[in-house]
Design a protein around this ligand. Structure first.
Ligand code: DC
Length: 230
């Protein structure tokens, strides 16, 4: 299969499996994986660390500008390492506190401006898989492949529960379903870059598919696009 320098955008709601799938697709294609959610999480971490008032948009934007975020891919399926201003924060950005605060912070237009610019720069040249909420709609609307990955709220809450339990955090399914629904509503109704299917995007519902099946489906779409771009 020819897969020269494609830009693959994978958007979708929280817990749809985007990061696992995006990482596997990148690894199969020999591409770089860019977890844009980790960038918003890193800014949120720094806001909390500095004790900045999240409702002060100007202050939060200054924090975003000062955040030197480096994402390093890891071999296999391990999550990418996230370095913020020289500190490894990989395991510190997946807490419930950050998951709940990142959504309102990522709705601030000036914060998005800062990160979107960086994401476009990182994707220059292609051979990259990015996952997020607005990759196919705003960040890279000319991406070669645009996927909208989704799953039911219950299925997504179940997956989140497993992840949190692995990290030793307590949670229950009902509570997580309420949190996920609230996050979906915020992410899809915000004024800037709301979560929605991109023009030309392919919706993939993962409820009844294994991860491998989802990855294969996306690779098949990449292969078709690569042929068309030859
Ligand atoms: O994918 P994630 O759960 O790590 O994303 C964290 C938050 O960041 C999520 O609430 C939405 C936001 N986000 C965004 O607004 N745009 C992106 N491209 C990626 C994430």
């Amino acid at each position: 299969m020819s897969n020269d320098s494609l830009i693959v955008a994978i958007d979708g709601p929280a817990g749809a499996g985007k990061s696992t799938v995006a990482q596997m697709v990148a690894s199969k294609l020999g591409y770089v994986y860019l977890d844009t959610g980790a960038m918003y999480r890193a800014v949120t971490y720094l806001v909390l660390q500095r004790g900045v008032d999240p409702s002060n948009h100007q202050a939060v934007t200054s924090v975003a500008k000062e955040a030197d975020i480096v994402l390093k891919s890891n071999a296999g399926n391990a999550k990418p390492t996230v370095i913020l201003n020289g500190e490894n924060i990989t395991d510190k950005i997946r807490t419930r506190e950050i998951s709940n605060l990142v959504s309102p912070l990522s709705a601030i237009a000036s914060v998005r401006d800062v990160l979107v610019k960086q994401q476009r720069k990182l994707a220059t040249g292609g051979s990259v898989v990015l996952d997020g909420r607005d990759i196919g709609t705003v960040v890279l609307p000319n991406a070669d492949v645009k996927i909208f990955l989704t799953a039911s709220v219950e299925e997504r809450a179940r997956r989140r529960l497993k992840d949190l339990e692995k990290q030793g955090e307590k949670a229950n399914l009902q509570e997580l379903m309420v949190e996920i629904e609230a996050r979906d509503t915020r992410d899809s109704t915000r004024d800037v870059a709301p979560l929605k299917v991109a023009d030309g995007g392919v919706v993939v519902n993962t409820d009844d598919l294994t991860i491998e099946q989802v990855v294969d489906r996306i690779l098949e779409i990449c292969s078709q696009r690569a042929c068309h771009s030859e």
